[in-house]
Write a protein that binds this ligand. Structure first.
Ligand code: PHE
Length: 341
């Protein structure tokens, strides 16, 4: 019996086939109900009891061996078939790939830039690693201003000059004013850094769009009109604005702008803390000291500037409650903006 098994094993090992039909014939010959392996099993009852264990094991091994051999032969022809060009259906639609979405901050930034472009502003960009002069000195910050403290600003080195991460994109405005005589009409988008503990309402970096317009006879009324136009395009034609007096070293007079709360329509709700208004930006007329520092004659030219956080505008537009979501890159959050761009 053991000899029979070995002989059959050798026979199967050397079996070949020239096509799938021949493989099928081999399967029938060895593995079907009437095949050679089954015949061995039928003989099994004649095996003396003391050999049953060994013979049974050998037959099982042979069966596995034959199955693997035949499957191997089958696969070799299946591959050959797949590879034949005639079998590939070139008209089938491809499996759709997963397409990413634009980040919500990019969506809102692009929308903001589009609105300002429609009002004649061009885009200017500058470095995130800056020196003290472009971020503070040229912008009329007094030497003891709190923003110049390590508590508020990330310094990279303090020797021989202060090198730091910009805290606002007003530094880009300085760079443009240094090189260009008016008229200047620019918006400066970019990332800025402040030394804040990270929470739902504050982060150590965020993004801004700041604007600057300098020409002859630019007035506060021009500023107000541009900001009203922006607010209505961004938040809807019913949006109202309100300007409150404020202070920035680089503008005089300075103001902060609120828009009517678009959740309650100005009636007062939890979001606007019952006031009907939400703050969105800072603005003002460029201080003559700033123009002078950048080589522009304040006797001839006047200008206005404004600046706002892209996160803040995005929060208002899409009701994002936690600032940290913008930098966590959780795809469930990001996918919510699929329809928005
Ligand atoms: N640079 C100011 C800030 O970062 C914003 C601002 C810009 C205010 C221009 C007034 C004028 O907060």
């Amino acid at each position: 019996m053991l000899e029979k098994i070995n002989a059959l094993r050798e026979e199967i090992a050397s079996a070949t086939a020239s096509g799938p039909e021949e493989v099928e014939q081999l399967r029938i010959k060895y593995l079907s109900k009437k095949g050679a392996v089954s015949a061995l099993m039928a003989d099994f009852r004649n095996v003396p009891a003391d050999q049953k264990r060994e013979v049974g094991q050998k037959i099982n091994e042979l069966k596995t061996f034959a199955t693997e051999k035949i499957n191997g032969l089958k696969d070799s022809f299946a591959v050959a078939e797949d590879a034949s060009l005639d079998e590939i259906d070139l008209t089938r639609t491809a499996t759709p790939g997963v397409v990413g979405t634009r980040h919500p901050l990019s969506i809102v930034k692009n929308e903001m830039l589009r609105i300002f472009a429609s009002m004649g502003f061009t885009i200017a960009e500058g470095p995130e690693i800056e020196d003290d002069w472009h971020v503070f000195e040229s912008l009329n910050f007094p030497p003891d201003h709190p923003a110049r403290d390590m508590q508020d600003t990330f310094f990279i080195s303090r020797n021989p000059v202060d090198v730091l991460l910009r805290t606002h994109t007003s530094s880009v405005q300085t760079r443009v004013m240094e090189k260009t005589q008016p008229p200047i009409r620019i918006v400066c988008p970019g990332r800025v850094y402040r030394n804040e503990a990270i929470s739902a309402r504050a982060h150590c970096f965020f993004h801004q769009v700041e604007g600057l317009y300098i020409d002859k006879d630019v007035s506060f009324a021009d500023l107000k009109q541009v900001l009203l136009g922006f607010a209505r395009q961004m938040f809807g034609p019913e949006t109202k604005i309100r300007l409150r007096p404020s202070y920035f070293p680089f503008t005089e007079p300075s103001a902060e702008m609120d828009i009517s709360c678009d959740i309650c329509g100005g009636k007062g709700c939890a979001f606007c803390k019952g006031t009907g208004w939400v703050e969105i930006l800072g603005c003002g007329m460029v201080d003559p000291n700033v123009l002078k520092a950048c080589g522009i004659d304040p006797e001839v030219y006047t200008g206005y500037a404004f600046g706002m956080g892209i996160e803040r505008i995005t929060n208002l537009k899409y009701k994002v409650k936690d600032l940290r979501m913008f930098s966590e890159n959780d795809v469930r959050f990001l996918r919510e903006f699929e329809a928005a761009h």
